[in-house]
Design a protein around this ligand. Structure first.
Ligand code: AMP
Length: 176
């Protein structure tokens, strides 16, 4: 399968984020999965790509031309697509991927996660969307998901779309 990985363009202050990004890339490649991601060599994005390539996996980058410099393009990818906008990048990643994983990250990561989560809610795709909750990073978000469910803003039948893993092996179990 081809797995879209959304994650920070930063590394985070705790080294556990880079460790788990590396572990995820390695585990995906070892199980024969390719990675689709933003195409950058910086932050957790670079860690996932490096680890997947090192373990013999394929990595496809999708980079908007206006971010080319800022996000410092990874030079050793299996394939890189340059696209004209963020919207085209996100749409292309959705088209190419069979499943989505969000590692810790900032606003960009959350934007990407919520786009594919909400698209699953309205039936635009049926691919799994997984939060990789490294170091309890998404605990507060998961509490807020509960609030949205309790207060009637996420329908009970959509609760199963909130898939959470705390280890790379759990991520693998959810996608396979
Ligand atoms: P971040 O999680 O903010 O470090 O961003 C991670 C990735 O999301 C990077 O590749 C950014 O280019 C991308 N990104 C940042 N802002 C946005 C946005 N508004 N919409 C979509 N992607 C974004």
């Amino acid at each position: 399968m081809k797995i879209a990985v959304y994650c920070g363009s930063g590394l985070g202050v705790n080294p556990i984020y880079a460790e788990k990004a590396t572990e995820l890339g390695t585990v995906l490649a070892k199980h024969g999965h390719g990675v689709i991601y933003g195409g950058s060599k910086i932050g957790l994005m670079g860690k996932v790509a490096d680890a997947t390539l090192t373990a013999g996996g394929e990595v496809i980058g999708v980079m908007p031309t206006h971010l080319q410099k800022q996000e410092i393009v990874h030079a050793s990818l299996t394939e890189i697509h340059f696209v004209e906008s963020m919207h085209v990048r996100k749409a292309k990643m959705v088209d190419l991927a069979d499943a989505f994983i969000a590692l810790p990250g900032g606003g960009g990561t959350l934007d990407e996660y919520f786009e594919v989560f909400t698209w699953a809610q309205i039936g635009l795709h049926e691919k799994p969307v997984i939060l990789f909750n490294v170091n309890g990073f998404y605990d507060a978000l998961l509490q807020h998901f509960n609030r949205m469910l309790e207060e009637g803003f996420i329908r009970p039948e959509h609760k199963s779309l909130i898939r959470v893993a705390t280890t790379a092996e759990e991520v693998l179990a959810l996608i396979e």
